[in-house]
Design a protein around this ligand. Structure first.
Ligand code: SF4
Ligand code: SF4
Length: 75
């Protein structure tokens, strides 16, 4: 079960892939079918159920695009 849920502020994404590279379970990927207004490809969560809520993606992102919400097993 997912331990985290991430959301993106897509307007600020530069498609740099740092979040993709640093996600420990490797659940992020570039979505080449989508672009923001600046023309950068966006990131997608391929396997959201495997998110461990570590927030590495948010820490690595130079533009603070990602917000991580931790999901507690105890509610
Ligand atoms: S919080 Fe951790 S596991 Fe979840 S998407 Fe970000 S880097 Fe990957
Ligand atoms: S690290 Fe941030 S700017 Fe770079 S691809 Fe990921 S979300 Fe976009």
């Amino acid at each position: 079960m997912a331990k985290g849920k991430i959301s993106f502020d897509y307007d600020y994404c530069k498609g740099c892939r740092l979040c993709v590279e640093f996600c420990p379970p490797k659940i992020l990927a570039m979505d080449t079918s989508k672009m923001n207004e600046k023309g950068y490809n966006l990131v997608k969560v391929v396997e959201p159920e495997k998110c461990i809520g570590c927030a590495f993606c948010a820490i690595m992102c130079p533009d603070s695009v990602i917000t991580v919400e931790r999901i507690s097993a105890h509610g």
